[in-house]
Design a protein around this ligand. Structure first.
Ligand code: GLV
Ligand code: MG
Length: 302
């Protein structure tokens, strides 16, 4: 699985940002053709994005392009121009506002045709699906199962809050007046369950108050605690915070490696299924939990 602790949004209509993004330490960079690009700039943005993928230096980063959603007239040309122009430099396409598994199947089929026609390896380009409406959430299980190309489900809080008429204008923070708990808990969990049931990553969406790093970190910690793999970042200042929050801390990582070593010794050398590690009883289920933390820690270079 690719690392996606920080997924940097870069408007495809802004060549300066496309240049600058290449020097930033985000795990994933997604070049946007959708909501950060004005309708009048859509066609030029496609050209900018193809040029940035072809000529830019993106080594080590997951390279994604977000196309327009299927209720618009732009989607098919977005896919064709980007994949024909730079398909060999692209890891995934992101499809926004997914509401139906057939939309993902459509993208899968179109990608296969373009790959065949252009001599690209069939099936290499992955898909990220944004869940950002009530309808998308209700259909999320079928969407998660729609294509072997799917790598992630991505929560889109701004569009989602609009879709359910949530009474707030601040994306990511709790709606004013809601003091009983976490207004996003159900949605985050629902997406996470569908993602894990089908072996996908789960990515949290943007926090729009880019000067409020404490607020960003608080919101990120919440989805990281549930098991989310990463979060969108809209500004360079959010990247380090995301990389930090979605990596295990050093103590937890060290502990996970100790659990794995002790359990390995217990089962293979001592022939036992459960063993004490300090005051803690560990068994096969503890090994599975430790593997999750150890894998994330190793990926983060701890
Ligand atoms: C992202 O696309 C969002 O709507 O939050
Ligand atoms: Mg959106």
């Amino acid at each position: 699985m690719r690392s996606r602790r920080s997924c940097l949004a870069v408007p495809g209509s802004n060549p300066r940002f496309l240049e600058k993004a290449q020097g930033l330490p985000a795990d994933e960079v997604f070049l946007d053709l959708e909501d950060s690009v004005a309708p009048s700039a859509k066609e030029q943005a496609r050209k900018n994005v193809v040029a940035a993928l072809r000529d830019g230096h993106w080594t080590g980063r997951t390279r994604v392009v977000r196309v327009n959603d299927l209720s618009t007239a732009w989607t098919y040309r977005d896919v064709i121009e980007v994949v024909e122009g730079a398909g060999d430099r692209l890891d995934c396409l992101m499809l926004p506002k997914v509401e139906d598994a057939r939309q993902v199947a459509w993208l899968d089929t179109l990608l296969t045709q373009i790959e065949r026609a252009n001599g690209l390896p069939v099936g290499r380009i992955g898909v990220e699906a944004q869940i950002e409406s009530a309808r998308g959430l209700v259909e999320v299980d079928a969407i998660a199962a729609a294509s072997p190309r799917l790598e992630t489900l991505v929560f889109g809080p701004a569009d989602f809050m609009a879709s359910i008429n949530m009474k707030t204008l601040v994306v990511g923070r709790q709606p004013p007046g809601y003091t009983e708990g976490d207004a996003y808990h159900y949605v985050l969990m629902r997406i996470l369950m569908a993602a894990r049931a089908y072996g996908l990553q789960a990515i949290d969406g943007p926090y729009l108050q880019i000067r409020d790093l404490d607020g960003f970190t608080e919101v990120a910690r919440r989805s990281a605690a549930l098991g989310y793999d990463g979060k969108w970042v809209l500004h360079p200042s959010q990247i380090d915070a995301a990389n930090d929050v979605y990596s295990p801390d050093q103590d937890d990582y060290d502990h996970a490696e100790r659990v794995l070593a002790a359990y390995e010794q217990a089962t293979t050398v001592d022939g036992r299924g459960a063993v004490m590690l300090g005051d803690e009883m560990i068994d096969e289920a503890s090994r599975k939990m430790a593997l999750v933390v150890a894998a994330k820690g190793r990926a983060a270079g701890l």
